[in-house]
Design a protein around this ligand. Structure first.
Ligand code: HAM
Length: 419
């Protein structure tokens, strides 16, 4: 028996309605914001991720699934969605008219130590907006994220927000941070010692508790922001206030990818980020395109569903409607015809495909959660009269053959409206 790879999970049929509900919410809300879907390959040239996410990040250093293809090219499974989308938008010249706004729902691969909420394959609903450096770009994106979370049923996820400045103010900040890190060099972990040299900002993202404690007294970026970055951040917060989006400022939020400039944010469930993103004004240029300011987010669907379930948020399940049970073999064809008529008018229906006895068919219908069963036997076929049984209480309604599908539909709808 070969098992599912460590850190991955099957999406089983009994859970599919949750995934469908999340995807339906994503599609509904993105449509309201005129954001179109994009799909990019699950693997890309590894270099794309080195050049975008950054070679001092854990994602690139430790977590990428890298392989050489048969042509000797170094490829990687995507460890996040943004880089591939930016590559595609540039390659396909999608920035001719701005803004360009896209969303994606896709699998993402990171070789992480599996634990609750952390998998080697996870799925993201993500969005990337290209083209504007105005603070309203962040506000529009965060409004869409808030509406999406609300559509699922959340109203209590906390939005943490921070600014990490632009390249200029960050250069000043890095100097101060390096000086601080030099003073605590003997107390920080090996990874942080390395980060301190290559990209000191990364140290603030360290998960080691003793490092986290030390960095509480590190210099803060907010003290190094240039006037433009300060002003931008102020305007973003003002826009969030106007849009009624609640947030709290977290000066230590830096996020684990190198491409961000200015705004970074996360919607969190306790300590775990469910949706995270920010502004990345330099990435298009870094990948060979024109300077194009951008904002985006990625939402982890596994974490989103888990957070919803702990809150008792229910996902609508498309329960089946009507089961047509055959009393004898000759009735099976009529059952097939009845379910076809029902499906034609949008009523989900099924009949027995296994040659089960009538009793076993009723048992199956009950277990599957069919609220109604219509029984077809010799007598029904001859009289053209059928009985629709309501499984909850055993009550029955007589239905004529002439308008069978419509009458079953109205009986079911009337019953549902009353209950
Ligand atoms: P990220 O924060 O690395 O950002 O991932 C986005 C979300 O994916 C996280 O908030 C979390 O919910 C989920 N996630 C990440 N890693 C895992 C994992 N191992 N297992 C389960 N869920 C996980 C990005 O990926 C950026 N591309 C977001 C972005 C888009 N920034 C700008 N545009």
């Amino acid at each position: 028996m070969v098992n599912v790879p460590k850190g991955t999970k099957d999406m089983l049929p009994r859970e599919s309605h949750k995934w469908q509900a999340v995807e339906a919410a994503a599609k509904k809300i993105t449509a309201l914001y005129n954001v179109k879907q994009i799909r990019t390959p699950v693997f890309e040239h590894a270099e794309l991720f080195l050049r975008s996410i950054g070679d001092s990040t854990d994602i690139v250093n430790k977590e990428m699934y890298i392989f050489e293809d048969k042509g000797g090219r170094k490829m990687a499974l995507r460890p996040e969605g943004t880089a591939g989308v930016v590559r595609s938008v540039l390659e396909n010249n999608l920035c001719e008219t701005l803004p360009q706004k896209v969303f994606y729902i896709e699998g993402v691969y990171r070789y992480e130590q599996p634990q609750a909420g952390r998998y080697r394959e996870h799925h993201q609903f993500g969005a990337e907006f290209f083209g504007s450096e105005l603070p309203c770009f962040e506000v529009e994106l965060l409004s869409m994220a808030r509406d999406f979370l609300k559509e699922i049923g959340f109203n209590d996820l906390r939005l943490r927000i921070n600014t990490i400045g632009c390249n200029e103010c960050r250069a000043e900040y890095n100097k101060a941070l390096r000086a601080f890190l030099a003073g605590v060099n003997d107390k920080i972990c090996g990874d942080c010692k390395r980060r301190a040299e290559i990209n000191p900002l990364r140290t603030l993202d360290c998960k080691v508790p003793s490092c986290k404690e030390i960095y509480k007294s590190a210099p803060q970026i907010s003290d190094f922001l240039c006037d433009n970055c300060k002003q931008h951040h102020k305007q973003v917060l003002k826009g969030l206030d106007a849009a009624g989006i609640q947030y709290f400022e977290d000066k230590n939020l830096v996020r684990g990818l190198d491409y961000y400039t200015r705004t970074v944010f996360e919607f969190c469930d306790g300590d775990l980020a469910v949706l995270g993103g920010g502004r990345y004004d330099n990435l298009c240029e870094q990948l060979g395109g024109k300077h194009t300011p951008c904002v985006g987010f990625g939402c982890g669907i596994e974490r989103l569903i888990a957070a919803a379930e702990t809150r008792g948020i229910e996902f609508a399940d498309n329960t089946p409607y009507v089961f047509a049970a055959a009393q004898c073999d000759s009735a099976r064809e009529t059952c097939a015809d009845i379910v076809a008529q029902l499906r034609n008018i949008g009523v989900s229906a099924e009949y027995d495909l296994m040659g089960k006895s009538l009793k076993a068919q009723f048992r199956y219908a009950d277990r599957q959660g069919f609220p109604y069963v219509i029984t077809v036997g010799e007598a029904e076929m001859q009289s053209d009269k059928y009985t629709l049984k309501r499984m909850a209480d055993g009550s029955t309604t007589a239905i004529g053959a002439a308008r069978l599908a419509q009458d079953v539909k109205s009986a079911v709808e009337k019953d549902r409206a009353q209950s």
